[in-house]
Design a protein around this ligand. Structure first.
Ligand code: HEM
Length: 150
């Protein structure tokens, strides 16, 4: 059972943070030649599809993470690196929620209303939050994967 939970946890982390890496490091500079309506519409479509998956992946991370914690790692009395895992995991999830319910929601509404100026204003804030999520996600993976060896 612990093996199944671990594989689910690892897959969810890889798919989520791998997707963030792809969006920030590969897609963003590749589409920088686009501007105006094309650019914001593309980001709206990319985020709408990706974020649906991210909510599923977050649910999988939490269920498998707390499943492992309470079945095999002593619950809240677990080793220090697992407190760090929870801290960075929750920070990553909270910043994602801020992005999803804040500037992404505004971008989505502005694109639907064809208000291109409003939509464009959300992009720098989204970029900063995605950058923070990428770093927090990488730290979570380093802590979760390497913590027991340190
Ligand atoms: C917030 C709730 C979370 C809890 C309770 C939790 C709990 C755990 C536990 C118990 C382990 C096993 C540690 C070990 O085998 O020594 C683990 C490993 C791991 N966690 Fe988390 N985690 C959480 C969130 C996250 C998040 C958000 C990410 C990444 C975005 C993440 C990525 C990882 C990775 C990559 C591993 C290593 C898996 C492996 O060694 O096979 N975790 N976590």
């Amino acid at each position: 059972m612990i093996g199944v939970l671990k594989v689910i946890h690892l897959l969810a982390a890889v798919l989520w943070i791998g997707g963030v890496f792809y969006a920030y490091v590969v897609l963003r500079p590749s589409v920088s030649y686009l501007s105006g309506p094309d650019r914001v519409t593309l980001w709206d479509r990319v985020f709408t599809r990706f974020f649906r998956w991210v909510w599923v992946l977050i649910a999988a991370l939490l269920i498998s993470g707390y499943g492992m914690l309470f079945s095999a790692f002593g619950g809240f009395a677990s080793a220090g690196y697992l407190h760090a895992m929870q801290l960075f995991g929750w920070l990553t999830i909270i910043v994602f929620a801020v992005l999803a319910f804040g500037p992404y929601r505004k971008l989505h509404a502005a694109v639907a209303a064809e208000d291109w100026a409003d939509a464009g204003e959300t992009i720098p804030r989204i970029r900063r939050l995605v950058h923070v999520i990428l770093w927090l996600g990488v730290v979570s993976i380093v802590v979760g994967g390497g913590g027991s060896y340190l």
